[in-house]
Design a protein around this ligand. Structure first.
Ligand code: TYD
Ligand code: MG
Length: 464
């Protein structure tokens, strides 16, 4: 066997292994699905003994290890490192768990390196030595970025390196509390032949970093650029390996950014943290509703506000609809931040249950601020915005719409109505339209909760 270890090519679709690379997996027939992988070390005895079967062969090559009782395992949840960047700690579930591995995904240029440099600065000054390994930028480039930040990152250790073995050996020698690898697509291991960034390399490097994290107790942050398809480095392979997956999103043209946990072994998912990209780095936004409603176009038709739950936190956002006379052919349906099929469904319901015909109209729907409206609770605002555009009548400025719309045009209850209404009241809303059954007994001061049964019922109240 060569000193490099044996590599095989594994199909990412069916898992079959192949001794050679091929364009097509001859087991499942998938194209372009083979990735390079390290073969598991074979047992010292030959294959014949293995085929003979029996208990002895099953245990071959193993050794007896300790099996402590759960209660004997030391360490506790309370041992988390806080960065002091509240939005960041909150999304992680209260801080960084030592020995955990966290993946931060996002499009290039969204601010991942900036965020992690700020995190590094805070951790370092909070007494947790941090090593920032970058394969993307030189030490000087990182220094120039650090100079812009409000945080002082002066004591953070830097490593400009793409070789994983070097990164790991250096990290083992420096033994930082936190290791940051920016990015996983730029590091490579000598044991695989593929270029940095290919799925095999990315997976193997991530697996080794994970092992390093567990063995050393170092918390490891890994940056992953999101590919066009939306996955981090190929078919989401990394997400299974790491403990926590954070996505950093936003539109490059807008200056706010949303950090979202989509997987978290140490906290709840779906929590978000909101930041603003400023001259001196990312600034946490304590009141996201204010940000999202800030530039609302008052008194124009086609705009409605809803109260979303992002994790445990309610946020008010604006939905804009524009229904305009279509040109030739099939009218267009364009939705940004909203599911296209859900829009089609709502249009059909509006047609059938409220007599609004969109057959000759192009429909554009936009959830403001780059937010994704995925909760059914947003239906009512979408329906109201669409109707408002068709009627060309504006909705009340200080009203919020919360409810799922059923196929019969009925308004269905949503979860956590009280928290949503509380946020609406906080933001100065005076009326909330929601399903009759959801109207809570105690409504926040200054807010009137109006129960509605159907969309027709709602339109009667707001447009007449
Ligand atoms: P960066 O962190 O390099 O993005 P990523 O690592 O996700 O690729 O962020 C790059 C952008 O952020 C760049 O367009 C400049 C902008 N930026 C600011 O607006 N303010 C700042 O203080 C910094 C450091 C960057
Ligand atoms: Mg970067």
């Amino acid at each position: 066997m060569s000193a490099k270890g044996k590599t095989i090519y594994r199909c990412t679709d069916c898992g079959a292994d192949h001794p050679k690379w091929a364009g097509k997996c001859d087991v499942c027939g998938a194209w372009n699905s083979l990735v390079e992988e390290m073969a598991a070390r074979s047992a010292p005895t030959g294959g014949a003994a293995r085929r003979a079967g029996g208990a002895r062969t099953m245990a071959e090559g193993g050794s007896v290890v300790a099996t402590p009782r759960l209660r004997e395992v030391s360490g506790s949840e309370s041992r988390r490192w806080k960065t002091g960047i509240n939005e960041f700690d909150f999304v992680l579930g209260g801080g960084i768990v030592p020995g955990s591995m966290i993946l931060i995904g996002g499009e290039p240029g969204i601010g991942k390196s900036t965020l992690l440099l700020q995190v590094a600065a805070r951790l370092q000054s909070g007494g947790h030595p941090t090593l920032y390994a970058s394969g993307e930028e030189s030490a000087l480039q990182i220094k120039l970025r650090a100079d812009r930040l409000s945080e002082d990152a002066g004591d953070v250790s830097l490593l400009s390196e793409t070789n994983l073995e070097t990164v790991l050996t250096t990290a083992a020698a420096v033994s930082p509390a936190v290791l940051i690898v920016d990015s996983i697509q730029t590091v490579f291991t000598n044991d695989l032949e593929g270029a940095p960034g290919n799925v095999g390399q990315v997976r193997e490097c991530a697996a080794r970093l994970m092992r390093f994290a567990k063995e050393s107790g170092t918390a490891v942050f890994v940056v992953g650029h999101v590919t066009k398809g939306g996955g981090i480095a190929g078919p989401k392979t990394l997400e299974h390996i790491v403990d926590t997956v954070l996505y950093f999103e936003g539109e490059n043209s807008l200056d706010h950014r949303v950090l979202r946990a989509t997987k978290n072994r140490f906290g709840s998912v779906d929590e978000i943290g909101v930041f603003r990209m400023a001259q001196d780095g990312l600034v946490p936004v304590a009141n996201p509703s204010e940000l999202f409603l800030g530039d609302r176009s008052m008194h124009s038709s086609g705009s409605a506000v809803t109260a979303l739950m992002e994790g445990t936190r309610p946020i008010l956002i604006e939905v804009q609809a524009l229904a305009a006379k279509a040109g030739f052919g099939t009218p267009q349906r364009v939705a940004t931040g909203y599911d296209g099929r859900r829009l089609a469904l709502l249009l059909a319901v509006l047609d059938k249950r409220a007599g609004l015909s969109f057959g000759q109209l192009d429909v554009f729907l936009n959830v403001v601020g780059g937010v994704r409206l995925q909760e059914p609770a947003g239906d009512l605002a979408v329906a109201a915005a669409l109707a408002s555009s068709v009627y060309d009548r504006s909705l009340p400025n200080d009203a919020v719409f919360v409810g799922e719309v059923g196929l019969g045009g009925e308004i269905r209850p949503v979860s956590q109505a009280e928290r949503r209404l509380a946020e609406a009241a906080n933001m100065g809303m005076t009326t909330a339209y929601l399903a009759e059954r959801t109207v809570p007994k105690r409504v926040p001061k200054g807010l009137r909760a109006v129960g509605v049964r159907t969309i027709a019922d709602l339109f009667e109240r707001v447009f007449t």
